[in-house]
Write a protein that binds this ligand. Structure first.
Ligand code: FNR
Length: 380
C-alpha cells in the first residue's frame, strides 16, 4: 500500500511500475549506444521476442479459498536461504548506464537480501563491489576465457572477496551477431568498459608487454583475445571444480542432455537461459526449454531460470515450469540507468511485491508449492 498511501499526498512513483514503460523511458532518456547495447539482441531479435511469447503463452489458473493470508517467500537453494526466489542476473559494463554502475546495483540487491551476481565483465573491480555489499550474498559470474592463470586468479580473488557461488556462463565463448550494436559500431569493451577485473589482475597484467596505463589499447586487445574460449568441452569443467570451493552453476543450458552432462560433471546447478536472446538468434525460448531441463535434472541439480522475466507473474510462471528461482536481467539495468541505486531498488521491490500478490491471488502461501498444474498453455 506504500505507493497508494504516498498518493494521498499527490506523490507518484519516480519510475513506472510497468516494465514496458520503464524500457520505453530508458530508450527515450539514455544514449542510443548504451541503451542499444542493453535492449538489443542477436540477429533478427526473434529469440528475445520468443522469450516473451513463451511466458505469455502460459497462463496462470488461480485457485480460491486456500488461506493465503500469511505468506513466506523464503527459498532454500544451494545450501542457502534467500528471502525470495530471485537474484539479479550478471550484467557487465554497467558504467554505460550509470556512473555508480555495479556497486549501485549490488547495494540495492544487498539491501533487500537478493543475491547479486557480479559479471566478470563488470566495469568495477570485484573487490570494490564486494566492499559496497558488506556481508550480503554475492555470487561471481565467470566468462571462462583462454588463459587458465587468469581464470585461476579470478576464482581466487572472488573467493577471497566473499563471493559464494560460481556461475559459469557457457553460451558466450564468442559475442554473437548483434545488429543494433553493429549498426552503431558500438562495443563497450573497445572503450575499455568491462575490463576492470582484467586490468587489475596480476595474471592478466603479466601477459602484457607494457603496463596498462602506458598502452591501454593493447590491454583491451589482450582482453578481447582471451575473453572467451570456443575450444572448451565438458571435461574441462574439472579445472573449475578443482579451483572453486563452493557451489558451481552453469548458465546458458537449454538442452536436457546438456543438463544431464552438467549433473554428471559434478556441478550443483544450471541456469536455463538464452542470455536474453543475445546469443543465438532463432534459439528456443528459455521458458520452452525449462520444463525439459527440470524433468531431466530437477532431482539432481538446482534449476534456475532467466531470459524474458519482467514481472512477478513471470517469476511465478518460471517456478511453475520447474525453476527453483529466477534471475532478473534488463529491468534492473533500466532502473539503474534511470535512477541509480534507487532505480534498482524500485525494480526489485516492484517484482517482489507483484510476485507476492500473484502467489496469494493464485492460491499459494509459499513459492515451493507452485507446480505446472498452476498453468494452462494457450495457443500461440
Ligand atoms: C547480459 N547478460 C550477461 N550474462 C552473463 O553471464 N554475463 C554478463 O556479463 C552479461 N552481460 C549482459 C549485459 C547486458 C546488457 C544484458 C542485457 C545481458 C545476460 C544476463 O545475465 C541474462 O541472462 C539476461 O539479461 C536475461 O534476459 P532478460 O530477462 O534480461 O531479457
Amino acid at each position: 500500500y506504500e505507493i497508494y498511501l504516498n498518493g494521498t499526498t499527490g506523490a507518484v512513483p519516480r519510475l513506472p511500475t510497468d516494465p514496458s514503460r520503464l524500457e520505453e523511458l530508458a530508450e527515450h532518456r539514455l544514449g542510443p549506444g548504451p541503451v542499444g547495447y542493453v535492449a538489443g539482441s542477436a540477429g533478427d531479435g526473434s529469440t528475445a521476442r520468443a522469450n516473451r511469447a513463451a511466458l505469455d503463452r502460459h497462463r496462470i489458473v488461480p485457485r480460491m479459498l486456500r488461506d493465503v493470508h500469511a505468506r513466506d517467500l523464503t527459498t532454500e537453494l544451494l545450501g542457502r536461504t534467500l528471502p525470495a526466489p530471485l537474484a539479479l542476473a550478471p550484467v557487465g559494463v554497467l558504467s554505460i548506464m550509470h556512473p555508480d554502475a555495479e556497486s549501485a546495483a549490488a547495494r540495492a540487491a544487498a539491501a533487500r537480501g537478493v543475491p547479486y551476481i557480479l559479471s566478470s565483465a563488470s566495469s568495477t573491480p570485484l573487490e570494490q563491489v564486494a566492499e559496497a555489499m558488506g556481508d550480503a550474498e554475492r555470487w561471481f559470474q565467470l566468462y571462462w576465457g583462454k588463459d587458465r592463470e587468469v581464470t585461476r586468479s579470478f576464482l581466487g580473488r572472488a573467493q577471497a572477496s566473499g563471493y559464494s557461488v560460481l556461475v559459469v556462463t557457457l553460451d558466450t565463448p564468442l559475442l554473437a551477431w548483434r545488429p543494433r550494436d553493429l549498426d552503431q559500431a558500438y562495443l563497450p569493451f573497445l572503450h575499455g568498459v568491462g575490463t576492470a577485473n582484467y586490468v587489475t589482475d596480476p595474471a592478466f597484467r603479466a601477459g602484457l608487454a607494457k603496463p596498462v596505463h602506458e598502452d591501454p589499447n593493447a590491454a583491451v586487445m589482450h582482453f578481447l583475445g582471451l575473453f572467451g574460449d570456443a575450444g572448451h568441452t565438458w571435461p574441462d569443467l574439472a579445472f573449475l571444480r578443482e579451483h572453486w570451493d563452493g557451489p558451481i552453476v552453469l548458465k546458458g543450458v537449454l538442452h536436457p542432455d546438456d543438463a544431464r552432462l552438467a549433473a554428471d560433471a559434478g556441478v550443483d546447478g544450471v541456469v536455463v537461459s538464452n542470455h536474453g536472446g543475445r546469443q543465438v538468434a532463432g534459439s528456443i525460448a528459455a521458458a520452452d526449454a525449462l520444463p525439459g531441463v527440470a524433468d531431466a535434472v530437477g532431482d539432481r541439480l538446482t534449476v534456475l531460470f532467466d531470459s524474458g522475466v519482467r514481472t512477478g507473474a513471470d517469476v511465478f510462471k518460471a517456478l511453475a515450469l520447474g525453476a527453483r528461482a529466477v534471475l532478473l536481467g534488463r529491468p534492473y539495468v533500466y532502473g539503474l540507468g534511470l535512477d541509480g541505486e534507487a532505480g534498482v531498488d524500485h525494480v526489485i521491490r516492484c517484482v517482489l511485491a507483484e510476485f507476492d500478490l500473484t502467489l496469494a491471488l493464485s492460491g499459494h502461501a509459499r513459492p515451493d508449492t507452485v507446480t505446472r498444474a498452476d498453468l494452462a498453455e494457450t495457443a500461440p
